[in-house]
Design a binder for this molecule. Structure first.
Ligand SMILES: [Zn+2]
Length: 60
């Protein structure tokens, strides 16, 4: 069982088989999260939209 803490409310979050990029919702505060690392297990706020926009500008 992988275990980490919610970056929003600091509640313990446990997942049996986390995968990088997998979306999840904190059971305590309902914030949207994303698995950013599995070893160690870490989650963070999903930032795809933000950096994707910047990245697209750079590429174009
Ligand atoms: Zn939370």
């Amino acid at each position: 069982m992988a275990r980490t803490h919610c970056p929003n409310c600091d509640k313990v979050i446990e997942i049996k088989s986390p995968r990088v990029g997998a979306a999840l919702v904190c059971p305590e505060c309902d914030v949207d999260l994303e698995v950013i690392s599995v070893s160690p297990f870490e989650v963070d706020f999903p930032l795809d939209d933000d950096w994707d926009d910047d990245d697209t500008d750079d590429w174009n």
